[in-house]
Design a protein around this ligand. Structure first.
Ligand SMILES: NC(=O)c1ccc[n+]([C@@H]2O[C@H](COP(=O)([O-])OP(=O)(O)OC[C@H]3O[C@@H](n4cnc5c(N)ncnc54)[C@H](O)[C@@H]3O)[C@@H](O)[C@H]2O)c1
Length: 330
């Protein structure tokens, strides 16, 4: 593995790789020497400031892109040019044109291209999907997925819409992606929200109507007042049963180990039943899935490039709805 970008997610990914028997980080690339050297030292490998030089010198099968979002395309194209498999943090990029260039480069190079839309791998969300797919909820009447956070404090690039896409792309995408992983393709969206002075849609509420008839609401705020603990919620309401999940982190998402998290299942009698789940690390589960498939030479199934493209299309449709005040058909 080469990790490109030794910041918050680069560190998170290295911690995951260290627990895996079939992945070894053999190079770290970061423009910032201090950050790069620190992560390379933890990994026991070399640090490079230049991606091209790294791919010429280091022994690498997979490039794991943990860079600021506006740099994902450049490094994905570089990895494909060197015929390396590509893992990329979400949001994959900010336009469909850029996504299509990345996907085409991976296809032509014959390498895998997977995007870390990690909520799909989060234990409680995995459980909810299992229950849904087993028909335990009955016909779905409604679903709501919500994510509320203070603004990321550790890097300035998040503040610019042209660099991060703002909360709409950076945060809200998680819930839209998860709902698509359950219900499939979205037919129409209608959204309301607030854009901040820099042009970021950081307060967004979207209603989604899926092709399969399900209606869902997603809510994403990445500019909660300071001190607000990272909070995510999922409510699925079916004809037979309903599930409610709520996680409130001790402080922010970095503090996930001290979070309060509860999942309840309703519909089997007078009282709800609290679900007891194994609380594994979602990033480790996600990267293990990616690496196992790359090692086996089989397609990555938990998230495909077509699904990533559709989610990006939905996010762009939500932006269009926010800007126009109209319902947007995909
Ligand atoms: N999946 C998730 O839950 C999750 C959570 C947080 C962030 N992210 C995503 O992960 C990505 C990285 O976010 P982060 O918070 O780790 O960012 P970060 O700012 O903490 O780290 C980015 C690193 O990239 C380096 N860098 C910048 N320009 C470079 C260049 N041209 N070449 C090489 N290195 C360069 C910086 O020096 C920095 O060390 C973003 O796309 C973000 O949206 C995903």
């Amino acid at each position: 593995m080469a990790i490109v970008g030794a910041g918050f997610m680069g560190q998170t990914h290295l911690a995951a790789y260290k627990t895996m028997g079939n992945a070894r980080v053999s190079a770290v690339c970061d423009l910032n020497e201090q950050q790069g050297r620190a992560l390379a030292q933890q990994a026991g490998c070399s640090w490079f400031s230049n991606g091209e030089e790294m791919l010429r010198q280091a022994q690498v099968d997979v490039v794991d892109i943990c860079l600021p979002t506006f740099l994902h395309e450049e490094y994905a194209l570089l990895a494909a040019a060197h015929k390396k498999h590509i893992l990329c943090e979400k949001p994959v990029t900010l336009t469909l044109e850029a996504f299509d260039r990345m996907a085409a480069a991976a296809r032509q190079a014959g390498v895998q291209f997977a995007v870390g839309q990690a909520v799909r791998f989060w234990p409680e969300y995995v459980k909810a999907r299992e229950l849904y797919q087993a028909g335990e909820f009955g016909a779905i009447k409604y679903a709501r997925a919500s994510r509320l956070s203070v603004h990321p404090q550790w890097s300035e690039w998040y503040r610019r819409p042209e660099n991060s896409g703002g909360g709409l792309f950076d945060l809200h995408l998680h819930d839209v992606d998860y709902l698509c992983s359950l219900f499939g393709r979205v037919k129409t969206v209608y959204a309301v929200g607030q854009k901040n002075q820099l042009g970021c849609w950081n307060h967004v509420a979207s209603s989604l109507r899926f092709e399969n008839g399900v209606c869902a609401v997603a809510e994403g705020i990445i500019e909660m007042p300071s001190g607000f603990p990272f909070t995510m919620e999922l409510n699925i309401v079916g004809e037979q049963r309903g599930m409610c999940y709520r996680m409130q982190a001790g402080r922010n998402l970095e503090d996930v180990s001290s979070a309060v998290r509860e999942s309840w299942l309703y519909g089997d009698g007078e009282q709800g039943r609290q679900l007891e789940l194994e609380l594994y690390d979602a990033y480790t589960r996600e990267l293990t899935h990616f690496i196992d498939h790359i090692e086996a030479g089989t397609p990555i199934t938990a998230i495909t490039p077509d699904e990533v493209r559709h989610v990006l299309q939905v996010i762009l449709a939500i932006r269009q709805s926010l800007e126009s005040g109209e319902t947007v058909r995909l």
